[in-house]
Ligand binder design. Structure first.
Ligand code: C5P
Length: 217
């Protein structure tokens, strides 16, 4: 496939969502927020009253997922769920169902279809390892747990929510452990990924680094 793909993988709150969307904007590429697909599947399954441990039932929900992305907005059917899929409960459910192989399989083809001209920036956990192993550029973003917890803290306070640093640290560590230790598509850098530690970087500095690497290709 000659349509270029840049994959940006990394742990929760590493800044990959922000970096991926700015890189896509700069290059005029499409964006795949693969985490949103797991969140949409989780939300849809929760609403249908499905048992989240029922792999076959949740995979069916994923297979028939009726979602669309318009600018920054996310839709489930005709309903806008941009905010709803960001809820903590949905994120935790997404992380649980993402460990089920049949669910990952159900979302496989849908993710490949995002690769359209002139190019794609794909953000997630397994974009460079499983979904787009032939990507032109693979980036793995990291940041210390402390830096990630602080970013999340500021985000929540900025939105007017209350937040507790110890709780955030514990949540991040639990989510990291689940994503890294699952049997299928665990969070890990591809062998040929460029590692970028953003602990002491702004999002814009990270964007410039990614664009620099892409220009070298
Ligand atoms: O990135 P985001 O926090 O939106 O992803 C929600 C959850 O979906 C993650 O905790 C992770 O378990 C799962 N996920 C995944 N593979 C991806 C993207 C997200 O397993 N490519």
């Amino acid at each position: 496939n000659i349509i270029p793909v840049i994959t940006i993988d990394g742990p929760t709150a590493s800044g990959k969502g922000t970096v991926a969307s700015r890189v896509a904007e700069r290059l005029g590429f499409h964006l795949l927020d693969s985490g949103a697909l797991y969140r949409l599947t989780a939300l849809s399954a929760l609403r249908a009253g499905a048992n989240l441990a029922d792999e076959t039932a949740v995979a069916q929900v994923g297979h028939y997922l009726d979602c669309s992305f318009v600018g920054d907005q996310v839709f489930l059917g005709k309903e806008e769920v941009t905010e709803a899929i960001r809820a903590e409960e949905v994120g935790n459910s997404a992380s649980r169902i993402a460990a089920l192989p049949a669910v990952r399989q159900a979302l496989f083809d849908l993710q490949l279809r995002f690769r359209t001209a002139p190019g794609l920036v794909a953000d997630g956990r397994d974009m460079g390892t499983v979904i787009f192993p032939g990507a032109q550029l693979k980036v793995f973003l990291t940041a210390s747990v402390a830096a990630r917890a602080e970013r999340r803290y500021k985000q929540l306070i900025g939105k007017g929510f209350s937040a507790n640093m110890d709780g955030l640290l514990a949540d991040l560590q639990a989510r990291d452990a689940r994503d890294m230790n699952r049997a299928v598509a665990p969070l890990a850098p591809a062998a040929d990924a460029h590692l970028l530690d953003t602990s002491n970087m702004t999002a814009d500095e990270a964007v410039e680094q990614v664009l620099g690497w892409y220009a070298e290709k």
